[in-house]
Design a protein around this ligand. Sequence first.
Ligand code: ATP
Length: 234
Amino acid sequence: MGNIFDIENLTKTYGEGASAVHALRGVTLTVPQGELAVLLGASGSGKSTFLNIVGGLDRPTEGHVLFQGRDITSLSDHDLTTYRRDHVGFVFQFYNLIPSLTARENVDLVTEIARDPMDAADALGLVGMAERLDHFPAQLSGGEQQRVAIARAIAKRPTVLLCDEPTGALDSKTGVLVLEALENINARTGTTIMVITHNAGIAAMSHRVLRFVDGRLDREEIRDSRVKASEIVW
Ligand SMILES: Nc1ncnc2c1ncn2[C@@H]1O[C@H](COP(=O)(O)OP(=O)(O)OP(=O)(O)O)[C@@H](O)[C@H]1O
């Protein structure tokens, strides 16, 4: 299978002159279709900036992101929004569910505007929440709410799922269920997944580990053997 992303010399500088912050200093890498990649690095090393540019939420100062061979960095704002809507699912540390809607209704909000959505119940089934369709967020644990947020992100069948610290607010036991949901989605739907985490142990379940240091890709590791999400502890 081909590459989903070919990323060339990605650079992002905030501000100018003496106060400039060099968030990314020339990152070059490829992400093959269907992989689950984990991004590690100290706070401020540029991981979120990288993911936001790859997902079309932000633009680089220099460099290119080719998505399936097409340069998204040269798209108009309108076309970048279309790219995001059609191809990218996002999951963040905080779930941002609508409290007055059930799990199913939170997912349905997205399926109503997608071109070829999954049934909300199927999306919730993929994350192990088939028994909780009609629960409201307040009736769900943090890990369960995050799994609803993941179901919401995948219901539109995105090409890539980008997760910024999806287990950051969770303990190991509930966090593992979230990781199992990601593992299941990757295996069952072939969705390419990129996960930012501070838990280095999570790298064990990935195909590829990307270590960021000071705005650079310091090390890239391709893993031959992977550990099951259910065996990860932190
Ligand atoms: N909008 C912004 N304006 C100015 N500086 C920014 C902005 N966004 C990020 N930065 C800076 O860019 C650098 C990289 O930040 P980024 O959030 O990408 O790092 P990170 O590795 O994701 O960190 P964390 O693990 O804490 O989320 C940091 O120095 C940060 O303060």
